[in-house]
Design a protein around this ligand. Structure first.
Ligand SMILES: [Zn+2]
Length: 106
C-alpha cells in the first residue's frame, strides 16, 4: 500500500466547489487526484475501477457524496470490504497512514 495524498475538493469552471448528484461522478476527479490505482492493493485500475467509500455508504456518519470519504479501489478490494466500516484500529488508511514509514500523514 502506497501512501496517497488527498487533493483539494475539486472546483467547477467558475471556481466554486464542485457538486455531484452521484458519488460515481467523482471518478475522473479521483483518477486525476490519485492516479488509476487501487488505494488498498496498489493494483492498476485499467478497466475495473470502483469509487470506494472509506466510511460505508450505509453509515449515517458521512454524506455518501462527500469528496473526503472517497478513494479508488479494484473490485476485489471493494467487494472484500463490502459495506463494513474500517477503523484506524482495524485497517490502514492509505491517506492517513504511510505504511512504509509507519507514520501518520495527517
Ligand atoms: Zn485492490
Amino acid at each position: 500500500m502506497r501512501p496517497i495524498k488527498r487533493c483539494l475538493h475539486p472546483v467547477d469552471k467558475a471556481g466554486n466547489p464542485k457538486i455531484v448528484s452521484d458519488y460515481k461522478d467523482w471518478r475522473l476527479d479521483l483518477i486525476h487526484c490519485f492516479g488509476a490505482y487501487c488505494a488498498y492493493c496498489n493494483d492498476t485500475l485499467a478497466y475495473e475501477l470502483n469509487v470506494e467509500h472509506q466510511v460505508a455508504q450505509s453509515s449515517r456518519e458521512v454524506n455518501p457524496l462527500a469528496w473526503d470519504n472517497l478513494l479508488l479501489s479494484c473490485g476485489p478490494c471493494n467487494w472484500a470490504k463490502n459495506d463494513a466500516n474500517f477503523t484506524l484500529e482495524s485497517h490502514y488508511f492509505p491517506d492517513i497512514i504511510d505504511v512504509k514509514r509507519n507514520k501518520q500523514l495527517i
